[in-house]
Write a new protein. Structure first.
Length: 78
């Protein structure tokens, strides 16, 4: 799958056509959610705590654990 260039999506959110801008916003949201999940998993694999991740994301430890904790190898630690 060919992932979109995030900077192109950001520019497209300012398109004159509102449907084009909305489509770019939806795709940008999908890509940033995917990227967040990858980076949280990477942080956890490197020993970063849920509390530290939550602080960086500006949410509670419970919220980040609920969203990204799952039942994976590192999901229930710390």
């Amino acid at each position: 799958m060919n992932r979109p260039d995030l900077s192109e999506l950001v520019v497209a959110t300012a398109a004159a056509d509102p449907l084009t801008a909305l489509a770019a916003t939806a795709e940008l949201r999908t890509e940033t959610e995917r990227l967040e999940a990858v980076l949280v998993r990477r942080a956890r694999n490197n020993g970063v705590t849920w509390t530290e991740i939550a602080a960086v994301l500006g949410v509670s430890k419970q919220a980040v654990h609920k969203k990204h904790g799952g039942r994976g190898l590192f999901g229930s630690q710390r």
